[in-house]
Each structure stands twice: as structure tokens, then as C-alpha cells.
Ligand binder design. Structure first.
Ligand SMILES: C[S@@+](CC[C@H](N)C(=O)[O-])C[C@H]1O[C@@H](n2cnc3c(N)ncnc32)[C@H](O)[C@@H]1O
Length: 294
């Protein structure tokens, strides 16, 4: 189906998506608007995308605008996506952060574009494997996303055979999932280890608090350069000085922010750039590449 779209309507939709979610849609992606918004246009009995744009310009359009944003998100995710970030988290970041923190204090891990939950649950599985190392240290995992429907799926914790076959080692499947009518339900302990919340990466991130580890993978790719820079600066502000950020394989901080720098020999892994310590505020925190506190 082709949904009528004039230039003004395209402008309205593209600007709404850019401003609300960071998603950049060029004229070459009109087919994406057509395919992803077709159901909404039909449900609202609108005259194509031009009718949808007119409705969005009218007062009281906020709930519809939210639906448009959500319909345009790409929620593709898989367990242990790309493997290496999770290996680095297990073998480098966790031991280092554990050694640097006083016993018993909580570590906070954030899956910042959590989608349907595979990334957050993969982190929970790694933490389960590291129970001995962590010696009872509490770890909080927060998964956030702008889109409600994938978050509802994440909370549900029910995955298809196809989804668990992508990236999840079979021993982890057996250990952490139970078969349910042909699908796989995440174990209650793992489900309880993760909290999911709706949150826009372009909103104020300060209420989420300070994190030791942030996975923000495969979302910046959809943003333009200024929006990537803004999101990275905001994430850097929430990261502990000795914290660590994991980006997707096609994402970087380079040329976007001075607040984060790549870790040597660890592609896709970034750490805050030290700020000069304010006078009289005590010892600086050890950074990546410096020995951790005993
Ligand atoms: C491709 S998925 C990535 C999921 C997971 N991080 C991974 O790497 O497998 C991108 C997710 O980013 C979310 N997203 C897009 N714009 C966002 C924004 N402004 N704030 C928060 N989440 C956003 C989408 O809803 C989608 O679920």
C-alpha cells in the first residue's frame, strides 16, 4: 500500500521523530514511514500519511505522536549480541569495579535501549555466573527504552524458539529458561534481577542516578550527529568516574564528545575522560589503565 505523502507532511513527521526520539528519517526512508505507520493510519481512518501529519499538527495530538514514535522504533535485539561486550563486562569491568568498591555497596548496570530485554537478561546471566566473585555484593540492573510495547515484552520475559536460538548458549537456555507452550520463559530469579522502565535517552537522565556500567548499544546509529553528541554527554554525566560504557559495533564517541574515550584493545568500550580534580576534594578516583583500589 502507498500512503499519500506531500513534502509538508513529510517535514512534519520527520521533525516530530527527530525532536521526540532522535530518529533521523531522510526522504530515502519514506518507505519506512509507509510500512510502519500503515496500521496507525488505517486504525485512525486517516487520509494517508498526509492526513496523519495534519492530525499531529492539531491540538491534543500528544498520545498519537507517542504512538508514531513507538511505531517507528526498530526493536531488533538478541541475547549476548556480539558476544565481546559481555565477555569484557565479565572478565574486565566487573572484577575491576568489584575491587574498587567498598564491600557490600551496590553496583548499578544500565541497559539504556533495552528493547525486548535480551541485553538486560544477558547481563543478569553474566552476573549470575559471577556470584562467587561478587561475594554477595548487590547489583541492580535497569533496562530502559522509549517504546512501551517492547518493554512490556521484556517484563513478560517470554521468548520464542527463534529468539533463544540467536546468541544464547544452550547451557544458559537450560539453566535460566523454562519451556512454555513452545516458547521459553525466563526464570523468576533472573526476571526479578532486572527492572524495566520507560525512559527517553533525550530526556533528563539525572533522575536515573549514577551507573557503574552502561550498555547503550545499537540505538545511537539512528540519531544524527548533534543528537548522538547530546545523548553521549548525558550518559557520561550519569557514569561513575571509573565506570564503563559499551556501544554497538557501528557506534563511537569519537568526534562527538570529549567526555568519553575508547579503552585501548577493547573495541566498543569507553570510559569517562578524567576531569582535573577540584582543589581540596581529596584523592582522584583510579581510572581505566591505572591500578584499581585494593
Ligand atoms: C535496535 S534496538 C537495540 C536493543 C539492544 N540495545 C541491542 O543492542 O540488541 C534499539 C532500541 O532503541 C530504542 N530507542 C530508540 N530511540 C530511543 C530513545 N530516544 N530513547 C530510548 N530508547 C530509544 C528503540 O525503541 C529500540 O528498542
Amino acid at each position: 500500500m502507498t500512503l499519500a505523502l506531500d513534502a509538508a507532511a513529510f517535514g512534519t513527521l520527520a521533525e516530530l521523530l527527530r525532536a521526540r526520539s532522535g530518529l533521523v528519517i531522510g526522504p530515502d526512508k519514506i518507505y519506512l514511514l509507509e510500512t510502519r505507520l500503515a496500521a496507525l493510519v488505517k486504525r485512525e481512518k486517516l487520509a494517508g500519511l498526509t492526513g496523519l501529519a495534519a492530525r499531529l499538527r492539531a491540538p491534543g495530538a500528544d498520545p498519537l505522536a507517542r504512538e508514531v514514535v513507538e511505531a517507528m522504533t526498530t526493536n531488533e535485539s538478541l541475547f549476548f549480541r556480539d558476544a565481546k561486550p559481555f565477555a569484557h563486562f565479565r572478565t574486565q569491568a566487573l572484577p575491576r569495579l568489584h575491587a574498587a568498591r567498598p564491600a557490600g555497596t551496590r553496583l548499578r548496570v544500565w541497559s539504556a535501549a533495552a528493547s525486548t530485554g535480551q541485553e538486560a537478561y544477558s547481563l543478569a546471566m553474566v552476573l549470575d555466573e559471577c556470584r562467587a566473585l561478587l561475594a554477595g555484593r548487590p547489583v541492580e540492573i535497569l533496562g530502559t527504552d522509549i517504546a512501551r510495547e517492547p518493554l512490556a515484552r521484556a517484563r513478560e520475559g517470554l521468548y520464542s524458539q527463534f529468539e533463544v536460538q540467536r546468541g544464547l548458549p544452550v547451557q544458559m537456555l537450560v539453566k535460566h529458561f523454562a519451556k512454555e507452550d513452545g516458547n521459553w520463559r525466563i526464570a523468576p530469579a533472573l526476571r526479578a534481577a532486572v527492572t524495566f522502565r520507560e525512559w527517553n535517552l533525550l530526556a533528563d537522565l539525572a533522575p536515573l542516578g549514577r551507573f557503574d556500567v552502561v550498555f547503550c548499544r545499537n540505538v545511537l546509529i539512528y540519531f544524527d550527529q548533534p543528537t548522538k553528541a547530546r545523548a553521549l554527554d548525558a550518559i557520561a554525566a550519569q557514569l561513575a568516574p571509573d565506570g564503563v560504557l559499551y556501544l554497538g559495533g557501528a557506534e563511537t564517541v569519537l568526534g562527538l564528545t570529549e567526555k568519553l574515550a575508547p579503552l585501548p584493545d577493547a573495541p566498543g568500550v569507553y570510559a569517562p575522560v578524567p576531569r582535573p580534580p577540584a582543589r581540596g576534594l581529596g584523592e582522584p578516583v583510579p581510572r581505566w589503565g591505572e591500578p584499581a583500589l585494593a
